[in-house]
Design a protein around this ligand. Structure first.
Ligand code: ACO
Length: 428
């Protein structure tokens, strides 16, 4: 809804721009005509003040620590829902009826196998390849195997591609793990849930029956819910930007996986656990806090701080609780959890972290849980990619369905040399 005007005075002239109101959250100033009317661009590296699109999927209030999917608070979804139900919600806008959920789960279950020729792709990677390197390659390669779902102008093909991506991701991620440990790949088992199936394909072996531990299945499902979508973060924006050129969905999701891999984004859960293990014991925490505060030291507390949350990340609250549930279910403990709790407590009493509003984010505790379940650190970001795939495809679908969608093409502030004549090599 456009109503109020924003005034901009530049070069002695005043220009009016409409402001647009969303359903909740700050108004935006619509500057689409800025260049045409003023001959100026805006300058906003990192998009700290820029809304790149309109979206009805996910809402975050970073100051209040609120995260809503289609209006539903993440805490309620994590406690009461399932990853399949949240996936349906993100894709379709409403919670499903029982029949709708059964049908959706059935469809996803029956898309979990990957083309058998793709098994050979894995052999091309070194055994010590990072699972995210394998995920980028194998997911991108899906476009070479599923030609019948790459026409993005056909809603039915987009739907099939979305289902395929969500369904095949656990198989692809589990096989990346199996390949790294030299164990045979397990095919999906349709009698199991989405999450149970993933656990079996990851930790099962053909010689033995694999028993899915219900508490672990529930914890894993909850971790998937917590990672399902997070509005216009770096990897989602990457998927949208790649998709804006008309690229096929498999290529777009592969681009998202590549972006997610970075330690400032999805790679932070791996980095956070490595950091906690390096700290080792609570008595060493003050040293690391001092390092994090030192401007001359590149070290940061991994799993701390967030571009949008300037309050406790609501996902971190659920994660902290889930650590205890998994420890109880598996009858294990890990001193790293005590270190994490103590580090959080000490950092939140320190002026540096208080003033900069740096709180634990979703990655701070997720590594502790995943490690207790048995995942090596290199798999952490792969699990994030698996769960975020539903958010990526929902955002991609939303963008492609928008009749006003155009190719994403930022402008720049050019600071290089002005025009000059070419000098032949002998005269330089
Ligand atoms: N440890 C120490 N200092 C920090 C940290 C941290 N984890 N995070 C931010 N700061 C400081 C910065 O040094 C900076 O200080 P300055 O103003 O004195 O220069 C200030 O806080 C603001 O930091 P920015 O990097 O400008 O904040 P931005 O919003 O761009 O970055 C980010 C957010 C990348 C998440 C950052 O907090 C960070 O690097 N955290 C560690 C990595 C991490 O946990 N990433 C996971 C994010 S959640 C996710 O992707 C699922």
């Amino acid at each position: 809804m456009a109503d109020k005007q924003a005034e901009l005075e530049v070069g002695g002239e005043t220009y009016d721009f409409p402001t647009i109101q969303g359903s909740v959250g700050p108004d935006v100033i619509d500057i689409r005509k800025l260049y045409g009317t003023t001959g100026r661009f805006t300058y906003d590296p990192g998009y700290k003040s820029t809304a790149s699109c309109e979206s009805a999927l996910t809402y975050i209030d970073g100051d209040e620590g609120v995260l809503l999917h289609r209006g539903y608070p993440i805490g309620q979804l994590a406690e009461q829902s399932s990853f399949m139900e949240v996936s349906y919600l993100l894709l379709n806008g409403e919670l499903p009826s029982k029949d709708e959920l059964d049908e959706f789960s059935h469809t996803i279950t029956y898309h979990t196998m990957i083309h058998d020729q793709m098994r050979q792709f894995y052999q091309g990677f070194r055994r010590d390849a990072h699972p995210m390197a394998i995920m980028c390659g194998v997911v991108g390669a899906l476009s070479a195997f599923y030609h019948d779902s790459t026409d993005i102008s056909d809603p039915e093909q987009r739907k099939i591609a979305s289902h395929r991506l969500i369904a095949k991701m656990p198989t692809i991620a589990a096989w990346a793990y199996k390949y790294s440990v030299g164990q045979p790949f397990l095919y999906p088992n349709n009698s199991l849930s989405y999450t149970g199936n993933f656990l079996r394909m990851t930790f099962g072996v053909p010689a033995e029956d694999y028993e899915v531990v219900p508490a672990v299945e529930k914890a894993m499902d909850r971790i998937f819910i917590l990672h399902a979508d997070h509005e216009q973060n770096a990897s989602t924006s990457t998927v949208r930007l790649a998709g804006s050129s008309g690229a096929n969905p498999f290529a777009c999701i592969s681009a998202g996986i590549a972006c997610l891999w970075g330690p400032a984004h999805g790679g932070a859960n791996e980095a956070a656990l490595n950091m906690l293990r390096e700290i080792g014991t609570p008595d060493r925490i003050p040293h690391y806090i001092e390092r994090a505060k030192d401007k001359n030291d590149p070290f940061r507390l991994m799993g701390f701080g967030h571009r949008v949350y300037k309050n406790y990340d609501p996902r971190a609250t659920v994660m902290q609780k889930t650590v205890r549930e998994v420890f109880d279910a598996l009858n294990v403990s890990d001193p790293v959890f005590e270190t994490a709790l103590r580090l959080e407590e000490m950092a939140l009493q320190d002026d540096y972290f208080v003033e900069k509003k740096l709180f634990p984010n979703v990655d701070f505790y997720s590594g502790v849980i995943l490690s207790a379940i048995g995942f090596p650190t290199t798999m952490f970001t792969a699990l994030f990619a698996l769960a975020r795939t539903v958010g990526w495809v929902a955002q991609w679908n939303e963008m492609i369905s928008d009749p006003d969608q155009v190719i994403g093409r930022p402008r720049q502030l050019y600071t290089g040399p002005t025009a000059r004549d070419y000098v032949p090599i002998g005269q330089r």
